[in-house]
Design a binder for this molecule. Structure first.
Ligand code: ZN
Length: 155
């Protein structure tokens, strides 16, 4: 199986059965995001623990397969990570879908890197980049306790 096919399968699978969908128990932060170009909507729920770690992360949303798969993969990878490590992974992801060709984080295993890299194909399609990054920007907003809705046309 070639890499392109593998990446496509991961996106389709996560888009069809998103992980961590719904409101997670005990969430104490949340944020909404909207991508007007595609119509994707996402609502991220976050439970920050005593040590500021991302104890639980979940989302609700509707939109294209890319936006759902990206949110699903994000919650999967970020759940349980410390605040600093989460920020590093988020920045790494945002860099990867825009310019860089790989994920440099030491905090992801190979399987997790493959999952995150499955979204690398959007780089050639600027419209799709917004679908892929929506939930990640929204998670940052939840982490920073911002009140405004994230809008991909304003980031
Ligand atoms: Zn979309």
């Amino acid at each position: 199986m070639d890499l392109k096919q593998l990446y496509q399968d991961i996106i389709l699978e996560h888009g069809k059965s998103p992980r961590n969908f719904g409101k997670c128990a005990g969430h104490n932060h949340e944020a909404k995001g909207y991508n007007p170009l595609c119509g994707d909507k996402v609502h991220v729920y976050l439970k920050l623990g005593e040590g500021n770690e991302l104890e639980n992360v979940s989302f609700e949303g509707e939109g294209c397969a890319i936006s759902l798969a990206s949110a699903s993969i994000m919650t999967d990878l970020i759940k349980g990570k410390s605040f600093e490590v989460s920020k590093e992974i988020i920045n790494d992801f945002l860099k990867m879908v825009k310019s860089s060709s790989e994920i440099s984080s030491n905090n992801l295993d190979n399987d997790q890197k493959t999952k995150i890299m499955s979204l690398s194909g959007v780089k050639q399609f600027p419209m799709r980049v917004k679908c892929a990054t929506l939930s990640w920007h929204t998670l940052v907003s939840a982490m920073n306790k911002e009140k405004d809705e994230v809008n991909t046309e304003k980031t």
